[in-house]
Design a protein around this ligand. Structure first.
Ligand code: DGJ
Length: 719
């Protein structure tokens, strides 16, 4: 803000109003294409003056009106949902926050962090709004820090990470909701006067019913390549809440953060309450660009080893479930090598001795290898993997416990449960009390021990199959702190693992896609999208995730679910994401095996486009019989097009599908890949060399009336 020093001095010590907020004073949080601009009004209150496409002329900014209060507080003159609501030590419930200062720290030539400090005019309560702007990626994150100097604790009732105000003719909200095996189904609705809330009360497995992100389109329904679109996501692996409130003037207030439901927090003097990042981007060229911005940001700044490579794998879950032993695994591990993938991933069922984990009814918590099933231990399996030239990965679910386990018998006080009620189980299990540092240390110890005893374990799949029921901690002084403290305890454990083992890739899993947030993804390289591996369902599920996450993070496995779809169709769908297999390789015919082997080696070659490139949603499966998408490498020299005929109709007519993201002046050789041995290409363009201009303006025929047909095209720029 210009004239910052004098300005803040006057505001802090005199609360002078109208004359101070001159038209040239503003705080700008900007990226290459977007601006979020604040001014201080005549009452010394911070206002959001502008949010949207970048403003390149300074005089325009000066002309902007102050706008409405940037972070609404409860208690005196605001009549809508507050972003901050507290009760002071003396019982007073009011706040009136005034601007104190702002500071922008330039972290490097792409990232800058702006901290705006507000203080109540009567009570010593401070609120910091922390905005981090990522210039090239057009992403802004916002979190808040709340503290106070009152003699006794204050109680926080609402403590959002972010509040944004938008003004448009109409608002269209896309949410991503569903259930286990039905994650992330998209639906769009107009927002009218009043509130729409998207939230979770599940604690762990917090995204089982809805994802922690949304798309908001302004003035019209969401479109891929035009229109104003905001995509937002909260980086919190617990209860979250997005509140969208349209007021009497058709303005939209959007409040994002931890779900404060049943979570009032007693904050001691001098302690800071830090809220998670709300991550958002804005595009005036539709949702496609907004998604690509988030993908770039996530790879570069958020996901563990986001710019690194990813391993293909063979998992045994759907192939064996709990029914395996040393002998069986030693025949499956070489299959990974036969397929050509990088890793064998051993799933649930390898541990527990007094309560062997032969089903989901017992053993969880007893992380000693089951010596009856695996007499050579994990070490024996690691050796077999090494002998076959593949890496060994392991499933764990360290936050949970079966009541039938030694852990439960010895440490009932480590478990979230009511001392005076029957326990309620979800998948026969209970949640460990990660608010308790002793339990956090136990979980850390479980992971450290596995890795110390078996340094060959080179990958973890970290599962979490239960939400938090039995809402009681033997450790917490205030039970209402449990939801928040659990997640912070979990993050302490996850941070330990990601800091101690920075090169260890890890898959985030939660009974399918029940935990898919950018908070946990700081510590994980990828996530399990869904236990539903039917390729038709996966087209929809993966489509939904693509709005927020890069394909690199979306684990997609070829399985035997829905055998009416060919191995080709199943592989073509999984190849859009982070490819893996979960099949009995021996059951494949010679042609199927040859197909899979070739697909794996082509996938590895095409990773720069599929995993690290730009993703274009060409033809949505929603409301259509077909779907198509395209990945383009950053240098635009290589591209992969995926097309699926899902529910074709008799006698359908097709128009060519226009490709995207190519260099219009480059010539591309088109080759249909992922063909079954002996099969000819099914797309006429295969073999042609066409310009990017032609491919993006005229397009190519991709679809047919053949049910469950799929096509993968490789485009390669030629000189
Ligand atoms: C749920 C996961 O989503 C599955 O992939 C599998 O790991 C099972 N848990 C194992 O219990």
């Amino acid at each position: 803000m210009k004239s910052l020093k004098l300005f803040s001095f006057l505001l802090t010590f005199t609360f002078l109003s109208a004359t101070i907020a001159s038209a040239t004073d503003y705080v700008r949080v900007g990226t290459s294409d977007i601006d979020l601009i604040f001014k201080v009004n005549g009452d010394g209150r911070l206002c959001q003056s502008y949010f949207g496409t970048k403003l390149n002329h300074e005089s325009d900014i000066e002309w902007l009106e102050d706008g409405q209060e940037a972070f609404a507080v409860y208690g005196q003159d605001d009549f809508f949902e507050p972003a901050l609501k507290i009760t002071h030590a003396d019982g007073n419930v009011s706040l009136r926050m005034k601007y104190v200062s702002d500071e922008t720290v330039v972290m490097d030539d792409n990232v800058s962090r702006t901290t705006i400090v507000l203080e109540d005019e009567v009570y010593p309560v401070e609120l910091k709004l922390v905005y981090t702007a990522y210039k090239a990626e057009n992403v802004i994150t916002c979190s808040t820090v709340i503290s106070h100097g009152e003699k006794k604790p204050v109680v926080l009732y609402d403590y959002a990470s972010s509040m944004l105000r938008l003004e448009a003719g109409s608002y269209w909200l896309t949410e991503f909701a569903g259930n286990w095996a039905d994650e992330n189904k998209m639906s769009e609705q107009p927002l009218k006067f009043g509130k729409k809330i998207i939230d979770s009360n599940l604690g762990t497995r917090a995204n089982m019913f809805c994802s922690p992100f949304f798309v908001l389109s302004l003035d019209d329904r969401m479109a891929e390549n035009h229109g104003d679109v905001l995509i937002g996501a909260i980086a919190w692996s617990g209860n979250f809440r997005f509140t969208f409130e349209v007021d009497e003037n058709n303005g939209l207030r959007m409040i994002s953060g931890i779900n404060p439901f049943s979570s009032e927090y007693h904050l001691e003097k001098g302690r800071e309450f830090v809220t998670p990042d709300f991550i958002f981007t804005f595009s005036d060229e539709g949702a496609g660009k907004a998604s690509r911005s988030l993908h770039d940001w996530a790879r570069k700044y958020r996901i563990k080893d986001g710019m690194g490579d990813r391993m293909t794998l063979l998992n045994n879950w759907e192939a064996t479930y709990f029914d395996f032993n040393d002998q069986k695994l030693k025949t499956l591990i070489p299959d990974a090598a036969k397929l050509g993938v990088d890793m064998f991933l051993l799933d649930d069922g390898w541990f527990g001795n007094s309560h062997p984990r032969n089903s989901d009814r017992q053993g969880l918590g007893d992380w000693q290898v089951n010596t009856a099933k695996l007499p050579d231990g994990l070490g024996g399996l690691v050796r077999t993997a090494e002998e076959n030239g593949v890496v060994f990965g392991l499933w764990i679910e360290p936050e949970m416990v079966n009541p039938k386990s030694t852990l439960y018998e010895e440490h009932k006080d480590w478990v979230l449960r009511f001392p005076n009620r029957d326990e309620k189980y979800f998948r026969n299990q209970l949640v460990l009390d990660l608010t308790n540092p002793e339990v956090q240390d136990f979980v850390i110890g479980v992971i450290d021990t596995i890795l110390e005893e078996n340094p060959g374990v080179a990958y973890f799949k970290w599962d979490c199959n239960s939400p938090i029921g039995n809402m009681h901690s033997a450790y917490e002084k205030y039970q209402s702190h449990l939801w928040v403290d659990y997640v912070n305890g979990l993050y302490r454990v996850m941070s330990h693992v990601s800091e101690k083992y920075p090169d260890l890739p890890m898959m985030l899993c939660s009974g399918g896609g029940g935990r898919t947030d950018y908070g946990a993804l700081q510590h994980f390289t990828e996530f399990w999208a869904s236990d539903n591996t039917d390729p038709i369902e996966r087209i929809f599920i993966q489509w939904g995730y693509s709005y927020v996450y890069p394909n690199k993070a979306v684990s997609a496995h070829v399985t035997n679910c829905n055998r009416t779809a060919s191995i080709k169709f199943r592989t073509d769908v999984a190849m859009m994401g982070k490819l893996g297999f979960d099949i009995i390789v021996n059951d494949l015919s010679a042609d199927e095996l040859a197909f899979c082997q070739k697909a794996v080696s082509d996938y590895k070659r095409l990773k720069p486009a599929i995993l690290d490139g730009d993703f274009y949603r060409l033809h949505s499966p929603y409301g259509n019989q077909h779907a198509a998408a395209q990945s383009v490498s950053k240098d635009r020299k290589s591209s992969v097009v995926f097309a699926y005929d899902v529910y074709p109709r008799f006698g359908e007519r097709f128009t060519p599908v226009r490709l995207d993201g190519l260099d219009p002046d480059a010539m591309y050789r088109i080759t249909e890949i992922n063909l079954m041995p002996g099969k000819n290409p099914s797309v006429r363009a295969s073999g042609a060399v066409l310009s990017g201009e032609f491919l993006m303006n005229e397009g190519i025929d991709l679809f047919s009336t053949e049910r469950l047909r799929s096509v993968v095209l490789e485009l390669e720029a030629v000189e």
